[in-house]
Design a protein around this ligand. Sequence first.
Ligand SMILES: NC(=O)c1ccc[n+]([C@@H]2O[C@H](COP(=O)([O-])OP(=O)(O)OC[C@H]3O[C@@H](n4cnc5c(N)ncnc54)[C@H](O)[C@@H]3O)[C@@H](O)[C@H]2O)c1
Length: 331
Amino acid sequence: MNTNIDDQFCGKRVIVTGGLGFIGSALAQRLAGMGAQVTLVDSLIREYGGNLFNIEGLEGKVRVNISDVRDDHSMRYLIQGQDFLFNLAGQTSHTDSMQDPFTDLEINCYAQLSILEVCRKYNPAVKIVFASTRQIYGKPDYLPVDEKHLLRPVDVNGVNKVAGEQFHILYNNVYGIRACVLRLTNTIGPRMRIKDARQTFLGIWIRLLLEGKPFEVWGGEQLRDFTYVEDAVEAFLLAAASDAANGRIFNLGGDCVISLKALAEMLIEVNSGGHYDIRPFPPERKQIDIGDFYSDFTQISSALGWKPKVALREALSRTLAFYGRNLKHYV
Ligand SMILES: NC(=O)c1ccc[n+]([C@@H]2O[C@H](COP(=O)([O-])OP(=O)(O)OC[C@H]3O[C@@H](n4cnc5c(N)ncnc54)[C@H](O)[C@@H]3O)[C@@H](O)[C@H]2O)c1
């Protein structure tokens, strides 16, 4: 399957918004290796996940454009002539979206519509894959959560991500601009933001662990699933390469379901040492916590043949090894 996928992107013009971020840069590494002509667009807003070190080794192999997806003029210039658009730029902090809802609205909703308008007017032949999130389901009515589950976002970020994904599906259905949506669950791996708990709790756990400090587990009994970043990248490529994905929304998922406490223990085991403390949820987090969550990814398995390949323990081991070597670039 991989050989086939490689052929689909070799020599193709591919743009990745959010391309200096965690998942976007992993996509860039893979696409550059396939011989695609890659353009990465990223605003490098300081508090977000973009980091030039994420594309270390790709110098001269990808084009980098430091632009904001809210800038219509840049986006019009950059999107013209592209074969594929991986649309990953986003404000990803749930708490930030509550404190500054309008910035989240601008990036995750308004800018998404303007990107689609650029495609409609100047590049209707482009194929788009949009990165959405399982957060939009809210507190699950049943588990595992499939794509038919009611959407009940618990924060501003979730509402805007729903709008973002629905605009993509609308433009697919009304204008024939081939677009599809992946609803990502917790994605982990090298290059994730670990500076603080803004984006993901696992990031700060890893940082504190490697600095020899105890980390906090809030609650601990909540169940979660995790996708290794290379598996997520594979899903983006499969979705881009297949017309069977057009107009569709797919959950991604993980190879297992695990409580946060068990995850903390596995992390410490893989690291051969470390400590954690169980703490109650801080009130502002409790309000937007969704309890147990894990997703059903049958749809993408049957439509595109995707399933997670990297087991959680291996994912943690590769991630810790990466930060063991590169911690100074991420703190
Ligand atoms: N990592 C996860 O667990 C996860 C889970 C669900 C959904 N997602 C989605 O996947 C996408 C990528 O997430 P990630 O984990 O790689 O996060 P990330 O923060 O590492 O990457 C996002 C990138 O977008 C860039 N960006 C933000 N606003 C921008 C703007 N206005 N203009 C241009 N660039 C901008 C940031 O600088 C950053 O490099 C996001 O859309 C996110 O909502 C991620």
